[in-house]
Design a binder for this molecule. Sequence first.
Ligand SMILES: [Mn+2]
Length: 297
Amino acid sequence: MSNTSGSTLNFGGLPAEFSDWRTARAVIIPVPYEGTTSYRSGTKEGPLAILLASRQLELYDEELSSETYRVGIATLPELYPSRRDLQAPIAQTYQVVADTLAHGKFPVVLGGEHSISAGSIQAAHEKYPDLSVLQIDAHADLRAAYDDTPQSHASVMRRVCEFKVPVTQVGIRSLSAEEMAFWRKENPSTIFWARDLRGEADEARRIVATLTPRVFLTIDVDGFDPSVIPATGTPEPGGLGWYQVLQILRELFSQREVVAADLLELAPIPGLIAPDFTCAKLIYKIIGYKFSASLQH
Ligand SMILES: [Mn+2]
């Protein structure tokens, strides 16, 4: 089928039959919020770039032998959170994710900066008290505050740890002395350091084994190596490869119930379309893995 039809900007350019919210099992929630960015800016352009790139996706997944869009993928209008009150974007994201979960749908939030994950994860945790979090990221994001801002993108996992949710962090290769001291003293998370990852099958099993039966998946695109995704605000060398991440996700979705996901911090570089498309394909993969059992005929 052609996926350039459809009058509204929905993920995949799907026709109404497969993008109607009422029947969709997955819901894309674009949140182009950027309030506390610390290095290169532009992540507020991330959701639109991903939605535009998604129109070029091949809708047949050759790995899963399925047409993932048949589960129904709705796209909500972009959420434009207030930038004056730094808690407002987190609260607004919380509300939309809570509503989506209450309707039994699978929320996928597109950022925007990582701080909004605190709202998404809070909503998932309230519905599923046994929740744990799998974070793919270059940064630990465990600062108590950054620039005197506790709602900073650099503090988001510190906020999440305060919910008493088990957190597993994968691909970490940058944190401050203060974060390291906090991590050693309080043991708030399980960290799989980027320098120790080899992409072996056993690694994915060891990562997923740390998680509870229900999982929130949060992916900061800087967890990937900059050769895969250079378009991000704070790139770090030595990150994960495309197939390395897919291997972890396949293991995750086959062994655990992933209840919601988000993808943050794409800051598109004009003229460089590969990172935008990579993010769109990753979202499609995540929805494919989530619903692969129900897609088999
Ligand atoms: Mn990061």
